[in-house]
Ligand binder design. Structure first.
Ligand code: ATP
Ligand code: MG
Ligand code: FE
Length: 365
């Protein structure tokens, strides 16, 4: 089967065509990153409006890459949750309308399942075999799941507070590294020397749950301490006036409370320590889950799977093969939605026209 899929759960408007659940014919992503970075985060109303503008062009671009166009499409799929409700509505309704108009079956897809199925999108190598452990690390979710078969999920653990991607984004903001935080932290950390600072790890004993808000607070305290220390240092002499003394036009201002910008070398150390803490906890728990459940592989999924340090450390520690999609398939895209839809459709499943968005949809529902 050849599936046309749409993805609009967050700030990417995406359309893709995938054949046989594994062969990517087209994978078009219109990112709204630049628009949202002005606000330092995603503005839901702006996202929905932009999806409406971008949907037709991305669908047309995806179909243009498919020989035969619409006549070669067997089903239409779209993400129906989890995500921003207004954003989800645009893609879901567009997909339903396209399927209805062409008399094609329609398949609603769980965005988290789609992230996992990004690991099937490589027809040149063997796909993951069950049972398999999936570590899903994205902007809104962090979970460890056991997959016994297609569509058969057991959640082993999840975050009790912040998602990993969210922690990357918040810590980047604290460090003044901008948005999105994941790539910014990774690049800053690459400039740090190893072995400097160590930040805490929340192990939560034997549990497969995660917690990242304490780590975020630890970073905040480091920054506050650093700024207080800097403020206590004697001020450097102001710009020289070449012998002339310029009388101040206004009385000197009281010392500013606002701190000076952080030293980039120090920021690199904090970014490094933060990333090491996250990567250590994630890879330890994923490897342990695979061992306990006799998994034949570990799938790394979600936007944070783009992190090179996480990819290399998990590969180094794992006792079973690791599936990590190429970076373009880790972050939000519609090819992964088509892959997930394929395995549902191949098992005889499809969705009714009444399917609605579910902003807090969970895995295995
Ligand atoms: P969800 O999938 O939970 O609905 P989302 O779709 O917004 O959330 P994704 O697009 O899958 O999330 O991932 C985005 C997240 O990935 C952001 O938080 C971003 O900072 C993070 N991210 C992207 N690249 C990297 C990287 N190289 N290192 C760490 N984090 C990264
Ligand atoms: Mg995104
Ligand atoms: Fe996502």
């Amino acid at each position: 089967y050849t599936i046309l899929a749409l993805e609009t759960s967050c700030d990417e408007t995406a359309a893709a065509v995938v054949r046989g659940g594994r062969e990517v014919i087209a994978n078009i992503v219109a990112s709204q990153m630049d628009m949202h970075s002005r606000y330092g985060g995603i503005v839901p109303e702006v996202a929905s409006r932009q999806h409406i503008l971008s949907l037709t062009p991305v669908v047309e671009a995806a179909l243009a890459a498919l020989p035969g166009g619409w006549s070669a499409v067997d089903a239409v799929a779209a993400t129906h949750g989890p995500g921003l409700s207004g954003a989800l509505l645009t893609g879901l309704n567009a997909a339903k309308a396209l399927a209805w108009q062409r008399g094609l079956p329609f398949i609603g897809v769980n965005h988290l399942e789609a992230h996992i199925y990004a690991s099937w999108l490589d027809p040149r190598s063997a796909p993951p075999t069950f049972p398999v452990i999936a570590l899903v690390v994205s902007g809104g979710h962090t979970l460890l799941a056991l997959l016994r078969d297609h569509g058969d999920y057991t959640i082993l653990g999840q975050t009790r507070d912040d998602a990993v991607g969210e922690a990357f984004d918040k810590v980047a903001r604290i460090l003044g590294l901008g948005y999105p935080g994941g790539p910014a932290i990774q690049h800053a950390a690459e400039k740090a020397q190893a072995g400097g600072m160590v930040l805490p790890r929340a192990w939560l004993r034997e549990s497969f749950d995660f917690s990242f808000s304490g780590l975020k607070t630890a970073v905040l305290h480091k920054v506050q301490e650093h700024q207080e220390r800097e403020a206590r240092l004697p001020a450097k002499p102001a710009g020289k006036h070449k012998g002339r003394t310029v009388p101040p036009a206004t009385p000197p201002e009281p010392p500013k409370v606002a701190p000076a910008p952080l030293d980039p070398r120090w920021v690199a150390q904090v970014a490094y320590a933060f990333q090491e803490s996250v990567v250590d906890v994630l890879s330890t728990k994923a490897v342990e889950a695979a061992r306990q459940h006799g998994a034949s592989a570990i799938i790394l999924a979600g936007g944070v799977a783009a992190n090179t340090r996480l990819r290399s450390e998990l590969s180094r520690r794992a006792e079973v093969p690791i599936f990590v999609p190429p970076i373009a398939l880790c972050t939000d895209n519609a090819a992964m939605v088509a892959a997930a839809a394929f395995y549902r459709f191949a098992a005889g499943m499809q969705s009714g026209w009444e399917l609605d968005v579910t902003p807090n949809l969970r895995l295995g529902m």
